[in-house]
Design a protein around this ligand. Structure first.
Ligand code: ASP
Length: 445
């Protein structure tokens, strides 16, 4: 394999032992996948006190709010500094961290922005890693670029990264932040080092974006529901989206789209489980995936949806009705997850959390604007049963439904995406977990 862009998350850089594994991955063959890993992106470490891990980034945000409220921030900042000093000692590297701390403190005391302060965990970690791995430090400041509204400038960022890295044989780049047009630092969303990794992978036209983090692999089902679910060895980007859509196996969208669009495969794995090669995510399914008799890639869902069902004779064939109903949800800024249309009815399903208790207002408006014969609101659980191998293969939906029937679970609603890679099934919330287990058993055994 050619160039691999490796991103290492907070857990992988939290102690000297884990960091030593990074050296073996970058300089040796510990990853079990040969490739050229000359450029890496790192996140800020975790600090573990009394068995509880917390992010250095959280402590830096805390420093910022202390400063804003004129409360001494130094004790918190000292904890952060000690973490880096301990890492440097554990790795036996000679690096002048004290002058970095002094500079940061100076900026903190003279109006350093929230973004600047919060990003220092990644900055210091990248400095430290560069010294340990004997690689160049290349700051994200100046190569990850935002416009004045804080939106990522994708093309400019792509060119700036490529141009800068051309000057370096090797580089450690801090994740999570970039630069606004006025020169100040802005961070991505939390866990945003994944985004930096994807942007660097894209700019370098890497052959693989390797994301080392907390997650050893994506799982076929939620381990809190299904005992010891199997790992997903390979899936497509489309399947990943379907599984994160209503489940909890998500990654920030921004960290997927740059590599997905560029057709670069993503491998998710963890330094805590080196034997396990994790999950490979590609644009197209592998032949092995298509040939797998199990057919199922994964099943995800949650029991926290609300269905608004509107009934009126021939409602489903009325012109513009869908737009009218959906505009009610749009006006309340509520994201619609699913819509199902029958001859005399229409159901809109939304995430219960996103409703923020506005259920009765919506029901009132449905009565006022749609003039229905009835409106029924109920809680529902949705599951997404996902498999690229479902495509043009008869019997997949019936297998899932038969599994529910055999457990005496009644199906409230169902929908199949046009891509034929997912079947969405709705059941009563109390039947959610038995339903997941039944479907998993039917496909995986
Ligand atoms: N350190 C940042 C955070 O805590 C970014 C990251 O970990 O990816 O959110």
């Amino acid at each position: 394999m050619g160039l691999i862009l490796s991103k290492f998350g907070g857990k992988c850089v939290s102690d000297a032992q884990e960091i030593a594994k990074i050296k073996d991955i970058v300089k040796g063959d510990a990853a079990g996948e040969a490739g050229d890993r000359r450029y890496i992106v790192v996140a800020a470490p975790y600090i573990t006190t009394d068995g509880t891990a917390q992010k250095v980034t959280d402590l830096l945000y805390l420093c910022y709010s202390h400063i804003r409220h004129h409360i001494p921030y130094q004790p918190v900042f000292r904890v952060v500094c000690e973490k880096f000093l301990m890492l440097a000692a554990g790795l036996k590297i000679d690096i002048d961290l004290q002058s970095e701390f002094n500079e940061i403190q100076k900026r903190m005391e003279h109006g350093g922005s929230e973004g600047y302060i919060a990003s220092r965990g990644e900055y210091l970690m990248a400095k430290l890693m560069a010294a340990y791995l004997d690689m160049d430090f290349v700051d994200a400041d100046g190569i990850i670029l935002f416009d004045k509204y804080g939106r990522l400038l994708e093309e400019e960022t792509d060119s700036a990264i490529a141009a800068e890295l051309k000057k370096h044989e090797t580089a450690v780049i801090p994740g999570f932040y970039g630069t606004l047009p006025d020169g100040s630092i802005k961070t991505f969303v939390r866990s945003g080092s994944d985004i930096t990794g994807a942007l660097v992978a894209k700019a370098l036209r890497a052959e693989l974006y390797e994301n080392w983090g907390d997650r050893a692999a994506f799982l076929t089902a939620d381990p809190q529901i299904v005992e010891d679910p199997s790992r997903i060895e390979h899936m497509t980007y489309a399947e990943l989206r379907e599984l994160s859509y209503i489940g909890n196996q998500s990654m920030p969208e921004g960290s997927i789209f740059p590599v997905r669009r560029a057709g670069i495969p993503l491998r998710v794995r963890s330094t805590a489980d080196m034997e396990n090669r994790g999950t490979l995510i590609t644009t197209k399914p592998s032949d092995a995936q298509n040939a797998d008799d199990r057919v199922l890639t994964g099943i995800a869902g949650n029991a926290n949806f609300t269905a608004f069902s509107v009934y009126r004779g021939l409602l489903g064939s009325e012109k513009g009705i869908l737009r009218k109903v959906l505009s009610i949800f749009e006006d309340w800024d509520i994201n619609v997850e699913h819509v199902m249309i029958g001859v005399d009815s229409l159901s809109v399903i939304v995430g219960t959390e996103g409703m923020e208790g506005r259920e009765s207002e919506i029901v009132d408006e449905l009565w006022r604007k749609i003039h229905p014969e009835d409106v029924v609101v109920e809680n529902v659980a949705l599951m997404n049963v996902v498999g690229s191998a479902f495509y043009h293969r008869p019997g997949c939906a019936s297998k899932a439904m038969a599994a529910l029937a055999s457990e005496g679970i009644s199906l409230r609603m169902m929908d199949q995406g046009a891509s034929e890679i997912n079947i969405t099934l709705g059941v009563a919330p109390e039947e959610f977990e038995p339903a997941i287990r039944a479907i998993y058993r039917a496909f995986v055994g």
